[in-house]
Design a protein around this ligand. Structure first.
Ligand SMILES: [Zn+2]
Ligand SMILES: [Zn+2]
Length: 331
């Protein structure tokens, strides 16, 4: 019963949005978008979002069509009870819309806005999804239509990851540059309660040397003796790792993770929340979590939804100090 479901989802979210807009509070000021958009996400010339699909073809999409195809591609909705699935889909829809608006010009120099891979946000048309999942995603895009997460009246960089393993990290741990106030890192007991399992990975020094030598930033030369975590953030993530060998090189933990995973797959070193020790001719990594650990933790968000937290409460938790604003009414 799509209509009933849509109404139920809308009723849960929209009174809170209306409340935000009614009181003349800070979030009721106009949203300043990069470039100028209308309520469908079209640019000043009426252009729709230009997305480069996995096939390489570029498609022009309305904002909410893009959001609805990104929701099931980025959030696991199968197997959840209907209320939890609805809330998780709404959270992901608001995050997807916000991310798209904040990062719209990311690939402008290549002639499109966003790519459909994990580099930007994964997107796959709704026709590719099972009917029940497609309906959930379409309903979430529609019931949240116009809702964007803002800080200082601008859409935030709404980054997210699969599982923080108990503590999210400041943006500066994962990427060069600073950490906006809403991406500072915070404890998260909910993903742990969900059974976020510890992981381990063994990588031989010889394999690791090969992976590191493929990239200029991590090039170590003919010999690798060991490595050491030389800077940890408050969440316990390896912010900096020093490699000792023919050369001594300090790299960010995420650079090490991506160099290893380029060779062994993204499930090898699942996060930089690890400890590492020598085990014979190999290094043993033991850690928690999956993904860069910045912003919204999807496993924690799902657990919170199951415990009855609303989509707006979940967003307020993972992006502290932000507001959710209806830009349909404001732009
Ligand atoms: Zn991209
Ligand atoms: Zn978490």
């Amino acid at each position: 019963m799509p209509t009933v479901t849509r109404r139920a989802l809308s009723l849960r979210l929209l009174p809170a949005l209306a409340g935000l807009l009614a009181g003349g509070c800070a979030s009721a000021r106009p949203v300043r978008l990069p470039g100028s958009f209308d309520a469908a996400g079209r640019g000043p010339d009426g252009a729709r979002l230009r997305i480069r699909l996995a096939t390489g073809r570029v498609a022009d999409l309305d904002l909410d069509d893009y959001v609805s195809g990104s929701v099931p591609a980025e959030a696991a909705l199968g197997g959840l009870d209907p209320a939890t699935a609805g809330a998780v889909a709404e959270v992901q829809a608001i995050v997807a819309r916000t991310y798209a608006l904040a990062n719209r010009r990311r690939h402008a120099h290549e002639g499109f806005d966003l790519c459909a891979t994990t580099h930007c946000q994964v997107y796959s048309p709704l026709s590719r999804w099972p009917a029940d999942i497609a309906r959930l995603a379409a309903n979430a895009a529609q019931s949240t239509s116009g809702a964007v997460i803002t800080y200082a009246d601008r859409p935030i960089n709404a980054v997210f990851h699969a599982d923080c393993g108990g503590h999210t990290s400041p943006a500066a741990t994962a990427w060069r540059g600073g950490s906006p106030p809403y991406l500072q890192g915070l404890p998260d007991g909910y993903c742990v309660r969900e059974g976020s399992a510890p992981w381990r990975a063994e990588v031989t020094l010889s394999d690791l040397r090969g992976f590191l030598n493929r990239h200029d930033a991590t090039r170590i030369g003919r010999r690798l003796d060991t490595l050491e975590v030389t800077e940890q953030d408050a969440a316990g993530r390896a912010a900096q790792v020093t490699l000792y060998g023919a050369r001594t090189v300090a790299v960010r933990g995420e650079q090490l993770r991506s160099a290893i995973n380029a060779g062994l797959g993204e499930h090898a070193i699942r996060s930089t929340r690890f400890t590492v020790r020598r085990a014979g001719r190999a290094l043993l990594f033991e850690g928690r979590g999956f993904g860069h650990g910045v912003g919204l933790c999807q496993t924690g968000a799902m657990a919170r939804a199951r415990f009855g937290h609303s989509p707006l409460d979940i967003i307020a938790h993972y992006y502290p100090g932000t507001a959710v604003t209806d830009f349909h009414a404001l732009v």
